[in-house]
Write a protein that binds this ligand. Structure first.
Ligand code: BTN
Length: 311
């Protein structure tokens, strides 16, 4: 007998056992044959679980890094892919229910403004699709900020690494990019009704560009992606239905990568804005103090450059 529930039960038994677990014990607990035990375990090994079989039975190495469905602890439907085109494409082609879509790699990972997002194995790539929201459209700028706020907190909770938000969509460690956020939303009149929150984060993958960094490089060890995925999803699902603007704004002001840096950008009206980045305003805009001392908020921009002092 091979089915998902049996495999999950075997896995749960192996997860709590520190020594070898005999095939006989598994077979009597689950009331299945020894052959069925062996078949299910072979299947788990093929999926990637590091299970060793010996005369004494089976043992699972506990420090595995897998985002297979058995590892997801949330209650929304979870769609896992070893490799997919883009988790955004998958989620947005099936708008019928809330879902989490995650992949070990993507062939066509999408970044903001039609940029490509390199998605090699070892990173974490996922889209949370949430419908039946009823958020005032005035909160739209806070959607990426909520995702960034949640991710910074989850990275701290799980790996004890302090990171910063680069307004409005990126997460940085020191001067290097760790994660990017892509939010697509749908509105009905003045109400935001659906969002697809896509996040790509360098965890155990090699980062091939000098401006990027991975969490495993920071910690100098391989990390368990499933812990971060679960922590992020449970917090984000709690916060998304109302979005506490004050909480996010206060957090941003203390954990901003750009604060007090000289920045330059072109806003959506094609106007160049240059000055010192400050806090956020009540609408999620970044306040920039310009040379003439005028403080202007920027709500959306394609590229926020940091101007080094000697430039
Ligand atoms: C950016 O920094 O431009 C945003 C990058 C967002 C990448 C993630 S990876 C998971 C999800 N699927 C995609 O195709 N893109 C987002």
């Amino acid at each position: 007998m091979i089915n998902e529930n049996t495999r999950k039960s075997i896995l749960d038994m192996l997860k709590i056992e520190n020594d070898f677990l005999s095939g006989e014990k598994i077979s009597s607990n689950l009331m299945i044959s020894r052959v069925a035990v062996w078949k299910n375990i072979s299947n788990l090994v093929i999926s990637g679980y590091p299970i060793t079989a010996a005369k004494r039975g089976y043992i699972l190495e506990k420090d595995f890094d897998l985002i297979l469905p058995y590892e997801f602890s949330g209650s929304i439907p979870y769609h896992y892919f070893k490799c997919t085109d883009s988790t955004m494409n998958y989620a947005e082609s099936r708008l019928n229910e809330n879902m989490l879509v995650a992949a070990d790699s993507q062939k066509n990972g999408k970044g903001r403004y039609d940029r490509k997002w390199f998605s090699e194995e070892g990173g974490l790539y996922f889209t949370l699709f949430i419908k039946n929201l009823s958020l005032p459209v005035q909160k739209i700028n806070f959607l990426p900020l909520l995702a960034a706020y949640t991710m910074v907190q989850s990275i701290k909770n799980i790996y004890n690494i302090t990171t910063e938000i680069k307004w409005p969509n990126d997460i940085y460690f020191k001067e290097k990019k760790l994660a990017g956020i892509l939010i697509n939303s749908s509105c009905c009149g003045s109400i935001i009704t659906e969002i697809a929150a896509g996040i790509g984060i360098n965890i155990n993958n090699k980062v091939n560009f000098s401006e990027g960094v991975s969490l495993s490089a920071i910690k100098n060890t391989k990390l368990k992606r499933q812990l971060l995925l679960n922590d992020f999803c449970s917090s984000f699902m709690k916060d998304i239905y109302s979005i506490d603007i004050n909480k996010i704004t206060n957090f941003y002001d203390k954990n901003s990568f750009l604060k007090n840096k000289h920045v330059e950008t072109i806003d959506d009206q094609n106007v160049k804005i240059s000055g010192i980045a400050g806090n956020m305003d009540d609408h999620g805009g970044l306040l920039i103090k310009q040379k003439n001392n005028i403080i202007a908020p920027v709500y959306s921009c394609k590229n926020m450059k940091i101007i080094k002092k000697d430039n």
